[in-house]
Design a protein around this ligand. Sequence first.
Ligand SMILES: Nc1ncnc2c1ncn2[C@@H]1O[C@H](COP(=O)(O)OP(=O)(O)OP(=O)(O)O)[C@@H](O)[C@H]1O
Length: 388
Amino acid sequence: MARILLIEDEAAIRRVLIKILTEESEQYEVEEAADGLEGIEKIKDQDFDLVLCDIKMPKMDGVEVLEAIMKIKPEIPVVMISGHGDLDTAVNTMKMGAFDYIAKPPDLNRLLNTVRNALDRKELVVENTRLKKKVGKNFQMIGESEEIQRIKDVIEKVAPTDARVLITGQNGTGKELVAHWLHQKSDRSKGPMVEVNCAAIPSELIESELFGHVKGAFTSANKDRAGKFEVANGGTIFLDEIGDMSLSAQAKVLRALQENKISRVGSGKDIKVDVRVVAATNKDLKREIDEKKFREDLYHRLAVILIEVPSLNERREDIPLLIDYFSEKISTEHGTAKKEFTENALNTLKNYDWRGNIRELRNVVERLIILGGDKITEEDVNLFGSKF
Ligand SMILES: Nc1ncnc2c1ncn2[C@@H]1O[C@H](COP(=O)(O)OP(=O)(O)OP(=O)(O)O)[C@@H](O)[C@H]1O
């Protein structure tokens, strides 16, 4: 039995949600509260596996309710219900610790998926705190800024669930790193992690790359071949640069996500796959949707959880830590002693416009180590450190 508390001031919305949930499963027992204060009282007195909470309410709004729950019973996943005008608030509540949000009027599939994911996560939380999986040394995520901490927290919460994740951010901000962490910290870590760079594959080949093909499906298909979805069975598929995928491939990916089934190009036979999908893009998918280049239904399927990776310019305090980390790594690779950077050198680099790009930062550090003196000074930075 899963106990769900619904905090919502509009009786009509309460009725709809209760109907959807109780019709979905006999296992869902829904308790209701007409405002935040009543909700909090119930949470104090009773045990719940999930809270659904409206954002805009009189007396105590959803954000305050969320803050209170995080203090009293932080293990309960909270899904926010957002109206038309408070989508930004909804996104912010996820940064505060809400599990997810759904928009009004609630879309049936999205609601049920979110509820299932949140309940799965609740089950796993206890186990997860015990097991906290380690991520390999190659995938260290350096940084102590609030922004990085928040991303790590979201990863801890989301990784053990099968929820789909869309990672957004500029080039070189660490999206792929986040995807690796999600896989490594999930129960699928023993399974494969298969990466597909959707931008690098010509559009006429992407379907066969993702779903495989049978012999004779097209001129160069001289034997049967499994696609990446099949290869990733039992693990994670990472669809990088998903914003660059053709519309016809998008339609096929949508079907794979809806039905957990794929078919190889040229074959009518369905193949069942058990794959968690993590996608990333540096594009503004909302704009791509407006321009009819990206399917809105696919977006909603992919973006159950959204992780926005901030650019380096938004977390400058991490720059000296990253420089130190890369300096150590590079000197090990070169077999030389690690070089220190003077305070002034670090400050100059800290104030560069990195356009978010950690890869560029690493290159600059490498160049400075090769060309600079024993200790890297501001002068070295001015001479050799210019980027772009
Ligand atoms: N927080 C971090 N700590 C240490 N290294 C990092 C961090 N973030 C990113 N990196 C490193 O920076 C490089 C770029 O990161 P990554 O490939 O994950 O970025 P990306 O956003 O996927 O890039 P692109 O959009 O170009 O595919 C990688 O070598 C990665 O290991």
